[in-house]
Design a protein around this ligand. Structure first.
Ligand code: PMP
Ligand code: GLU
Length: 395
């Protein structure tokens, strides 16, 4: 039969992060010595105390469908977590557990967006916000930022980007890919603009909250005027090294939580029951238990900044969180390196892959076409080797 996919899937961009990760895997399988710094995934194992609770859940015969929005005691644990870590009051009825933060975000865009709506994306932004907004029928408008301003947008830029069609704005702090952390002061200034536009929803993606090197996190929903319009998104993938367990969650106005539950009631029937039991342990035990990973990430960040800072042409900001370095490499545009013409950050990223066997992701799909994203969620030895290979081809 002739291939005849829907317009929906045909017009959907593939996830640039996952495409690059797959390419790196493919080349490795073909025998190439690839260092993959493309995927945003902790290189740690899930901590034992969390694994043990999952094993116990299996032995305790957790094998049936859970409530669609998550087990009641997990939602209770998430409610306490929001209070403990974010100073946010979300009742269990305002919480929905999903198959990763990615699905939490997909639910939100599906239940709130209509064709014709505009979504604002402070750039750089995580790749899937665009695709999910498009699936919701909306169009996306980027708000650019500069490395000089630590990749933060200003209230004036936000104001200028808003139109009567604006329905939603995405914030992500600590940010993937730039590592930028928006402070309480930053958010208060942005909220002052949003207060003048009461019909705009705010999605606050806080999945990197624990991977933070000292700038206090602030949840925009803590601002009273923003609370009723904000969906706070979080998950276990990053801070707890649980990417494959697929647990994400939201705190939101109850009517939005209900709609998200209705959505996943038709799409997934809820999240894996074993992972949910383990999530209770992850969220109830003290955060200090995962600090060793953050300490290690910070050490690697500092090393990467030092090493990459020695490369002429790499312009760097200091990431305050997450595990990515996001250098501006536009100084190489227009040059020819190893016989390859470099016109874009995709060309540069491809050069690193083909000539240095180092996989990174171009900033283009993050809305920052001058940059590339390098994940430092890899061993010190791998990072060192990757940088020395990059230096060698650029020398
Ligand atoms: N938001 C951001 C900013 C991310 O980097 C990721 C990457 N996984 C997600 C959401 C999705 O997380 P999850 O693995 O929980 O779906
Ligand atoms: N969020 C990670 C990243 O940005 C994982 C990949 C993905 O979910 O798209 O690399």
């Amino acid at each position: 039969m002739k291939e005849q996919l829907s317009n929906r899937i045909t017009s959907l961009p593939a996830s640039a992060t996952l495409v690059m990760a797959a390419k790196a895997r493919e080349l490795k399988a073909a025998g190439k010595d690839i260092i993959s710094l493309s995927l945003g995934e902790p290189d740690f194992n899930t901590p034992d105390y969390i694994k043990e609770s999952a094993i116990k859940a299996i032995n305790d015969n957790y094998n049936s469908y859970s409530p669609v929005d998550g087990y009641a005691d997990l939602k209770e644990a998430i409610s306490l977590k929001f209070k403990r870590d974010n100073n946010l009051e979300y009742k269990p009825s305002q919480i929905v557990v999903s198959t990763g933060a990615k699905q939490s975000l997909a639910n939100i865009t599906q239940v709130l967006l209509n064709p014709g709506d505009e979504v604002l994306l402070p750039a750089p932004y995580w790749v899937s916000y665009t695709a999910q907004s498009i699936l919701g029928g909306a169009t996306c408008k980027e708000i650019p930022s500069t490395i000089e301003n630590d990749f933060k947008i200003t209230p004036e830029q936000l104001e200028a980007a808003i139109t009567p069609k604006t329905k939603m704005v995405f914030f992500n702090s600590p940010n993937n890919p730039s590592g930028t952390v928006y402070t309480e002061e930053d958010y208060k200034a942005l909220a002052a603009v949003l207060e003048k536009h009461p019909n705009i929803f705010i999605v606050s993606d806080e999945i990197y909250e624990h991977i933070n090197y000292g700038t206090p996190n602030f949840s925009i929903a803590c601002i009273p005027s923003m609370y009723d319009r904000t969906i706070t998104v979080n998950g276990l993938a990053k801070g707890f090294a649980m990417t494959g367990w697929r647990i994400g969650f939201i705190g939101a106005p109850e009517w939005i939580a209900k709609a998200c539950t209705k959505m996943q009631g038709q799409i997934t029937s809820g999240t894996n029951c074993i992972a949910q039991r383990a999530a209770i342990t992850a969220l109830t035990e003290p955060v200090s238990k995962i600090q060793y990973m953050v300490t290690e990430f910070e050490k690697r960040r500092n090393m990467m900044l030092e090493w990459l800072g020695e490369i002429e042409g790499f312009k760097l900001n200091v990431p305050k969180g997450a595990f990515y370095i996001f250098p501006d490499v536009s100084a190489f545009f227009g040059k020819e390196i190893k016989g390859k013409k470099i016109a874009t950050s995709s060309d540069f990223s491809m050069l690193l892959l083909e000539e240095a066997n180092v996989a990174t992701v171009s900033g283009e799909s993050f809305g920052a076409p001058n940059c590339i994203r390098i994940s430092y969620a890899a061993s010190e030895a791998q990072l060192k080797e990757a940088v020395s290979r990059i230096k060698a081809i650029l020398a």
